[in-house]
Design a protein around this ligand. Structure first.
Ligand SMILES: NC(=O)c1ccc[n+]([C@@H]2O[C@H](COP(=O)([O-])OP(=O)(O)OC[C@H]3O[C@@H](n4cnc5c(N)ncnc54)[C@H](OP(=O)(O)O)[C@@H]3O)[C@@H](O)[C@H]2O)c1
Length: 309
């Protein structure tokens, strides 16, 4: 990353849940490629002695126990990035809203990094994660409007979650079962690219000259890929014949889920993909990474060749 490209922002970032699946990648990217813009990066954890927390501390993170008063954790912070689990009960998050205002934090990222659950339709049997996320987002917007800029970054499915039979992608059997035609597309983004996107959006949102360009909710797609293309990728990478596409019955799958709701969010996401609701052909990639000037978006083919750590 050319630090000269990053502008003049020198800011303090706090990453809540900085040792998690999303949080670790966000933290590492802030501490390395975007360090010149974020000389101070704090992460919160329940266990500052865990191997993950120590690894981040070695990279320069200021590791804070989650039990520390939130006012202290937010002191002098410009941007707070929530990467705690989506299902985490709203009370912790509601408690931090007042502190964001009192400590003059300028930008707050909600823990999103998923799909557009606002446009899905699972009335009466929705997944808990999305029920909680809706409540958390509504509370944040109500408490922070006009005081702290709230950003919801929607990224599609993490690359690391794509090659899973529950999503209709069974690499071992070389069988692909979309709930519709193989041309169905869905958005997927690598975790490091999510970190880069959060960093770039933070810089844009903190700079008075560009803050208005950052919408409250935006989506990116490192790779907007179809089941047909994934079948071809598997054939190329694994050196196997092109596998079978078996189109499943979307209506029957949805009816079944409504009668027998599950905890597995991929059961819901597969239906949302079948309904075309995870196709992010229309996205904000150009705002975040114009002309791929800052990085080249990682593809799911690269993920299959070499899974991101
Ligand atoms: N689009 C996708 O495919 C996808 C995939 C995964 C996640 N996501 C989204 O990414 C966001 C972050 O999820 P994640 O999976 O990265 O989170 P995670 O790894 O489950 O949790 C993040 C961190 O939060 C802390 N934590 C966990 N449970 C906690 C609890 N009960 N109380 C307090 N702290 C707790 C843990 O840190 P310590 O143990 O160090 O305290 C953990 O490392 C969510 O919004 C999720 O929906 C999206």
């Amino acid at each position: 990353m050319e630090s000269s490209n990053l502008g003049n922002i020198k800011a303090t970032a706090v990453i809540l849940g900085g040792t998690g699946e999303a949080g670790t990648s966000i933290g590492k990217i802030f501490l390395t490629e975007f360090r010149s813009s974020f000389p101070s990066v704090r992460i919160t954890t329940r266990d500052p002695d865990s191997p993950k927390a120590r690894e981040l501390a070695k990279l320069g993170a200021d590791v804070r126990p989650l039990s520390e008063p939130v006012e202290d954790v937010f002191s002098g912070a410009d941007v707070v990035i929530d990467a705690l689990p989506g299902h985490l009960a709203g009370d912790y998050r509601e408690r931090i809203l007042g502190a964001l205002v009192r400590k003059n934090v300028k930008v707050y990222f909600l823990s999103e990094y998923g799909i557009e659950y606002h446009i899905t339709d699972f009335k009466g049997y929705d997944h808990d994660e999305w029920i909680t996320k809706r409540k958390v987002a509504a509370a944040a917007h109500a408490a922070l409007q006009g005081k702290v800029k709230v950003v919801e970054l929607v990224t599609g499915i993490f690359h690391s979650w794509v090659y899973r039979p529950e999503l209709g992608i069974d690499v071992k059997k070389n069988v692909y079962t979309p709930l519709g035609p193989g041309t169905l597309r869905f958005a997927t983004t690598g975790k490091n690219d999510i970190g880069r996107s959060v960093a770039r959006l933070s810089i844009l949102a903190l700079d008075p000259a560009t803050t208005a360009a950052v919408p409250g909710r935006l989506r990116i797609a490192g790779h907007n890929v179809s089941y047909d293309e994934i079948r071809d990728i598997v054939a190329r990478v694994k050196g196997v014949p092109k596998g079978t596409i078996r189109s499943g019955d979307l209506k029957a799958a949805k009816e079944n889920l409504s009668k027998h709701p599950t905890d597995n969010i991929l059961d819901y996401i597969t239906i949302a993909v079948g309904e075309g609701k995870v196709d992010f052909s229309d996205n904000s990639n150009e705002l975040v990474n114009p002309g791929q000037r800052f990085w080249k978006w990682r593809s799911v083919e690269e993920e299959l060749r070499s899974p991101e750590k």
